[in-house]
Each structure stands twice: as C-alpha cells, then as structure tokens.
Design a protein around this ligand. Structure first.
Ligand code: FAD
Length: 464
C-alpha cells in the first residue's frame, strides 16, 4: 500500500492537468487510469482524433474544390483510408505518450486499472488499496444512449462518436442523429470525403445554445457544402441489418412517421457523466438529477477530501473547462486559491468555417434585463478571408449599451477558434468594445474582423 497527498482518478484533460499542477505545487501525487493510455476521452477518442480527421478531410476538400482556383493544377488526390487512420492513430499516440513523459517529469505515479473509493482517503485498484489525503474524481463522460437505437461500434453500422472515428471505410451514406458539436464535426469529416450526410435534429435549430444568427448562417453554409437536415424530428428507432441501417423518426409538426436508410447511423445526442464503479453511493456522495457529481465552489463534494472536476460535474463538457477545473482544484488542495471564470469559457466547432463563441448570446444578454448593443462585421470585408474563399461568415459582438463592456462574441469564419481568444482576454480584463477597437491589429489577418466588429459598436466599421 502506498500513500499520497493526492490521488486523481482519471487521466483525461481534467485529471492529468490536476495531477501535474498538484505535483508542481509540491504534493505527492498518483493518477489512476483504467484505459491503456493516458489522455482520457479527449486524447484517445475525442478532441484529438476528431481534429486529425477534420484536418485531413479539410485538406482533401481544399484540394478537390479550391486548388485549381489558385492555379494549383494536377491530379486530384484520392483517399487511402488506412493511411488516414494511421495518421490519426499516430497523432493520438504522440499526444498520449507526451502525457506519459510529463507524468515522469513531474514524478507522478501512474496507477493502471479501474479505481473504487472504498472510504474517504482510500482508493482500491485491483487488489491494492492506496491511501490519499485528498481524492479528485475526474472520470469524465460517455456517449448518452437513445431509446430504440442500439449502438454497436464493432459492426460499424450504428455507432457513437468513438465508432465513427474508426469506421471500416468511408461510407456512401450516413445519418447523424443530433445537430450538436460532435455530430456536425464528424458529419463534416465524412461529407468532405464524399459521404452523403443527413443530420436529424429534434429541435428547430442546430447547435443548441449558440447565438441564433450564427445558428442560421452555419446551417446555411453546411447545406451549401452538401449536408442535408431534417429538423424537428424525433428518432424512434434505428436497426442494423446486413450492413445497412434503417431509421424511423416522427416529425414533431404533424406526428407523421418517416423512414430512412443509410450505410451508417451516428448517434450524437450528447454525453453523460461516467462514475460507474467508483462506489459513490456507498460513500454518500451527493449527485445532481442529471447524474453529475455535486460540488461546492471549491470543487469539493459533500464528503470532505473528495473533489470532482471536468465532465463528471455540472457545466460545459469541454476539455479546457476540465483543465481549468483541474488546475484550480489542485491549487485549492495545495492551500492556494483556485479560480475558474465560468463566464469566459470559449466554445469552438472545428468545421470549415470554424464557429466560436464566448460569453452571452444576444438572447441571453437581453434576458439579463440590461440595455445591450450588438454589431456585426462580415468576413466579406476582410481581405485575408476572401483570399481563402471564406467570406461567408461574420463576427458579432454583444456589448452593454451603457458601459460598452464586451458581454459576448460569436464568430463564424476562418480561424474563429483562434480569434476568439482575443475577446476572451478582453473580457477577462473587463474591456470595452472601444478598447478592442483602439488596439492596432496586423494587416492582413482574419483578426481584423474582430476589431472591425468592435469598431461597429462605436462610430462604425471601415470596410463595409
Ligand atoms: P475524460 O477525458 O472523459 O477522461 C476521464 C478518464 O477517466 C477516462 O480516460 C476514463 O477511462 C477514466 N476513468 C473513468 N472511470 C475510472 C475509474 N473508475 N478508474 C480509473 N479511470 C477511470 N472538447 C473540447 O474542448 N474540444 C473539442 O474539440 C472536443 N472534441 C470532442 C470530440 C469528440 C468526438 C468527443 C467525444 C468529445 C470532444 N470534446 C471536446 C469533449 C472532451 O473530450 C471532454 O470534455 C473532456 O475529455 C473531458 O475531460 P475529463 O478529464 O473530464 O474526462
């Protein structure tokens, strides 16, 4: 039996970051991981493999559609799916091995196996029980099931996001259930590689929670790229037979029942916290109605010395939110004051164009009762975006009309996922739109569009 200052359960972005920060602060740390490799959902079956496939399919799409427009002539590349899968696996491996290196560098013990908390301060893995002054639950999440839809990733017909990353080949047709971030990203990968992709969504708008104008423009662009949408439809069932899937759904507007078949059905209706086998019931750890671990302002559960972070607790299910909580919880445990500003957590969809947001949507800002002002700048007025054939989107600022303080920003356009951070920093410093407008931005960059949107909050943008 070994004893530690801290045992972190789960080595995803929440857990491994928490372990590293705690070790940096001088604590003796171990991290338990049941998976063969470190990095959690994010590195193994989430952010990283999906971004590798998004990158490869984006390159293919550019070569097929835009190369000749730029005078780059020659044979159109063909897809070698095995090589593409190999590239994805290599990308994952270099990253998971990177965490192994960081664990060694920071003298963190990696305990391999599935953990159970048998009592406060006691973590059982296999036959061994380890002692810890503090425990952090960072066990993440898993795909949420949907009644009537039987996922079988091994068959490659009805799959969840994990199965969609390792399909045996590029299918001719795919139905994506759910127009959220994961469904649209993975749907985009296959659409760009030539699959006929239909997205079925229960609600009337895609990407729930995003700014309404962005939702509309995003759907329009995806349609232009060939994706089809069935909105307001409740999926009843999906069944696989002889390598094909049949799906039935009901349209909410008139209750009419429809059927559709495809080579692959991707279930992407969200994720739910994963706390299986941890023994939280027996410990009396309080949970929310949605199965998340309840925590206080310092990420501590109702059981002293047991903390929880990341996808397993309430809030956005995002890797960087988990990382921030990991760092903050480690700092609290080490006797310092951890901090996460939940009002300034960016969200990004890595499609082409990218979609990014931070802070309040226009609708949410109005709901606060304050007087607000919005301004938009189209990428059509941005030289760099036009050179990349990406003039379709815009930057939208939401600001307080009385103080000019930036409340939110919504971008659909090239590099949106990088550009959003300028606004995150501005919001962290309590900046006004004028502060951004008065900041010199290099030309020609797509970031100029952020400045132009900020200028549009005042006397007006220049390039419209
Ligand atoms: P996880 O990453 O889920 O890690 C938890 C780990 O705990 C797992 O490795 C699990 O094996 C381990 N574990 C669980 N129980 C035990 C136990 N009892 N004992 C030992 N180990 C245990 N987020 C983004 O911010 N950007 C993106 O681009 C993005 N893309 C995504 C794409 C896909 C396809 C998916 C599925 C998710 C994506 N996400 C993205 C979400 C992101 O992956 C999660 O928000 C993030 O991984 C959560 O981190 P976590 O540390 O809380 O948990």
């Amino acid at each position: 039996m070994s004893s530690y200052d801290l045992i972190v359960i789960g080595a995803g972005p929440g857990g491994y970051v928490c372990a590293i920060r705690a070790a940096q602060l001088g604590l003796k740390v171990a991290c338990v991981e049941g998976r063969e490799t470190l990095g959690g959902t994010c590195l193994n079956v989430g952010c990283i493999p999906s971004k590798a496939l998004l990158h490869a399919s984006h390159m293919y799409h550019e070569a097929a559609h835009n190369f000749t427009r730029m005078g780059l002539m020659g044979d159109r590349p063909s897809i070698d799916w095995t090589v593409m899968q190999g590239y994805k696996a290599e990308t994952v491996e270099t990253n998971t091995k990177g965490i192994e290196f960081l664990f060694k560098k920071n003298k963190i013990d990696w305990i391999k196996g599935w953990a159970e908390i048998t009592a406060p301060g006691k973590v059982k893995v296999g036959d061994d029980t380890h002692e810890a002054k503090n425990i952090v639950i960072a066990t993440g999440s898993e795909p949420a099931p949907l009644k009537g839809v039987e996922v079988d990733n091994a068959s490659g017909v009805i799959v969840d996001s994990t199965g969609a990353l390792t399909l045996p080949g590029v299918p001719e047709s795919m139905v994506v259930i759910g127009a959220g971030v994961i469904g649209l990203e993975l749907g985009s990968v296959y659409a760009r590689l030539g699959t006929k992709v239909t997205v079925i969504e229960y609600l009337d708008a895609i990407t729930p929670g995003m700014d309404a104008e962005v939702q509309k423009q995003f759907q329009k662009i995806l349609k232009k790229q060939g994706m089809e949408f069935v909105m307001g439809a409740a999926v009843q069932s999906a069944t696989a037979k002889r390598g094909k899937a049949t799906l039935s759904y009901k349209l909410r507007k008139d209750d009419s029942e429809k059927e559709m078949s495809a080579d692959v059905v991707l279930l992407a209706t969200g994720r739910r916290p994963y706390v299986e086998g941890l023994g939280l019931d027996k410990l009396g750890v309080e949970m929310t109605e949605r199965g998340q671990v309840k925590i206080d302002d310092h990420w501590q559960t109702n059981v002293k010395g047991i903390y929880a972070i990341g996808d397993a607790v309430p809030g956005l299910m995002l890797a960087h939110k988990a990382e921030d909580e990991g760092m903050a919880a480690a700092e609290v445990i080490a006797g310092k004051s951890g901090h996460v500003n939940y009002n300034v957590i960016p969200g990004v969809i890595y499609t082409s164009p990218e979609v990014a947001n931070v802070g309040l949507t226009e609708a949410a800002a109005k709901e606060t009762g304050r007087k607000i002002k919005t301004a938009k700048f189209p990428f059509m007025g941005n030289a760099r975006a036009k050179a990349m054939f990406q003039g379709d989107g815009f930057v939208k600022m939401v600001v307080d009309a009385d103080t000019d303080r930036v409340l939110g920003c919504h971008i659909i356009g090239p590099n949106a996922g990088e550009m959003i951070h300028e606004v995150c920093v501005a919001m962290e410093f309590g900046a006004s739109a004028e502060d951004i407008a008065l900041t010199c931005h290099a030309h020609p960059t797509t970031s100029e569009a952020v400045r132009e949107a900020a200028l549009a909050c005042g006397d007006g943008a220049i390039h419209v």
